[in-house]
Write a protein that binds this ligand. Structure first.
Ligand SMILES: Nc1nc2c(ncn2[C@@H]2O[C@H](COP(=O)(O)OP(=O)(O)OP(=O)(O)O)[C@@H](O)[C@H]2O)c(=O)[nH]1
Ligand SMILES: [Mg+2]
Length: 479
């Protein structure tokens, strides 16, 4: 999406791109500003629901009712809002998401299959003080993109050669549960002479086998995240393309690859890998993932507790690897002048409505354990970070039950799989990493809920959990 003409004109006339960032930012702030918020999350982590809910609440923020901790809204300083996404060639399907949540029975949005973008304009009254000298009113343009979570994990491939990628996959496939699930596919690789002449159909057959293996690893009971290439799982416009006949060599790595026949599987795969990185991943990264100012990283911690240690370790590795693809911190002056960098990151444990309110603090803590390494690296770059459990759209309500004369905090809602209404005690979220025996028991069984119907009219604070705190942290200082 381009900057509105008027704003672009103002920024160009004032020569802003050539000025040091602090100065440029305060000048832009004096005029109108554009904020690009990266919504980062693995597949099914809650990106589409978060963007839908964020947009829906912000578009009502001039009424100041549903976001009490978003100070500009609660002070009544948001004076008008607009969704400008229709100007985009690929607008985010906000209305479709909301209609699904407002119908009876309501349903969650479908898994995302293509990239889309949304731009919101928030017109606000400045706080009393110096800034008022620049005019009483200003506008903040907020840009977000939504995309299939599977594609995100392709970004780290850009820093790896084919050989490095194969070695990395080899290490992953050496341990459970990949090793067992992939036993057949691995044994096929034992028989292959990678350097000998080969047909394309041979490569297609092995790639097809690999694709179904990735699908299997993505689903329960494995629920793994670090599955590459992501387009094999969510191909969109590349469905059927030979670029996707791609898989890593993890057995019999050839001794002298330079002697490979031009038609060999080795040559074909290496070429396919390089083309995939250059023609698919790099344009996606360059067009959509380089320039962000703020970031929210959505993490489905409860899924890892349900699925076990391998799922936890895999998601942790996927997130840490992935976050290296973003640019953080303030760094050198030159870099600051030409590239915006992410200077504030919120790690959010999504679906906090799957646990009772007294467990939200534990969920914050568990998330902190999970993203410890990534958070430490960001702090080194002087990036502000915070961990927060939230629910973009609250699907449950609090209930009380009595057991052996004691009051228990419970949840009431409709199961996602059957639609049946249930009241349950979902259990506690650990604040330390579970020991091996705890992972293996049935200690954690957090149930997925269907959404509650979203009203067509005004929203209220009870429609989310801490979404307003997330907005205040990510954007509050800009109003
Ligand atoms: N209870 C509850 N469930 C949620 C919430 N947000 C997401 N979910 C659940 O998580 C599922 C996935 O959410 P999405 O927003 O579609 O996830 P995504 O990250 O966009 O997934 P992909 O498009 O596949 O990458 C939904 O179908 C819901 O079951 C929430 O705030 N509360
Ligand atoms: Mg989605």
């Amino acid at each position: 999406m381009s900057i509105p003409k008027k704003l672009g004109g103002l920024i160009r006339q004032s020569g802003l791109p050539d000025w040091p960032e602090q100065f440029r930012m305060s000048m832009e702030r004096g005029l109108e500003q554009r904020v690009r918020l990266a919504v980062t999350g693995l597949s099914r982590s809650g990106k589409t629901v978060f963007i839908s809910s964020l947009a829906h609440h912000l578009l009502q923020s001039d009424q100041g009712r549903s976001l009490p901790f978003f100070v500009a809204a609660s002070e009544g300083r948001i004076i008008g809002t607009r969704d400008l996404s229709t100007a985009s060639a690929t607008p985010f399907p906000l209305q479709q998401s909301l209609t699904g949540l407002q119908t009876s029975p309501p349903h969650w949005p479908d898994s995302t299959e293509a990239l889309s973008e949304i731009r919101l304009a928030l017109r606000y009254r400045r706080k009393p003080g110096l800034g008022r000298a620049l005019g009483e009113h200003s506008t903040l343009y907020l840009d977000l993109i939504d995309y299939p979570g599977e594609w995100l994990l392709d970004l780290p491939m850009l820093t790896l050669s084919f050989e490095q990628w194969c070695k990395q996959q080899q290490a992953l496939f050496a341990s459970a549960p990949r090793a067992e699930a992939a036993a057949d596919w691995i044994s096929c690789q034992h028989e292959v002479d990678w350097l000998a002449p080969a047909s394309e159909s041979q490569r297609q057959r092995l790639a097809e086998h690999y694709r179904s293996l990735l699908q299997q690893l993505r689903e329960p009971p494995h629920n793994l995240s670090l599955l590459q290439p992501g387009r094999l799982l969510m191909p969109a416009e590349l469905a059927g393309s030979s670029l996707l006949d791609l898989f890593p060599i993890i057995r019999n790595w050839p001794e002298e690859p330079e002697n490979a026949d031009p038609s060999s599987l080795f040559t074909q795969l290496q070429q396919a890998y390089n083309e995939y990185c250059e023609q698919v991943v790099r344009p996606f990264y360059q067009n959509h993932f380089r320039h962000f100012d703020r970031q929210i990283v959505l993490v489905d911690c409860l899924k890892t507790l349900n699925s076990g240690e391998a799922c936890f370790n895999d998601m942790q590795l996927a997130l840490t690897t992935l976050l290296h693809s973003f640019q953080y911190g303030h760094n050198s002056l030159l870099r600051r002048l030409f590239r915006p960098r992410i200077n504030r990151v919120l790690f959010a444990a999504t679906k906090a409505d799957h646990v009772t309110a007294n467990q939200h603090h534990n969920l914050d803590q568990f998330l902190r354990l999970m993203i410890e390494t990534a958070q430490r690296e960001m702090r080194f770059e002087q990036v502000d970070t915070r961990c927060l459990a939230l629910s973009s759209l609250r699907a449950t309500e609090a209930a009380q039950a009595r057991l052996d004369g004691q009051h228990l905090s419970c949840l009431r809602g409709h199961r996602k799989d059957t639609g049946e209404e249930i009241a349950l005690f979902p259990g506690e979220v650990p604040i330390e990493l579970p020991r091996a025996e705890d992972w293996n028991s049935d200690r954690f069984r957090f149930v997925d809920f269907a959404p509650r119907p979203l009203p067509v009219g005004p929203l209220k604070p009870e429609h989310h959990i801490r979404l307003d705190q997330a907005i205040e942290y990510l954007l509050g200082d800009l109003f």
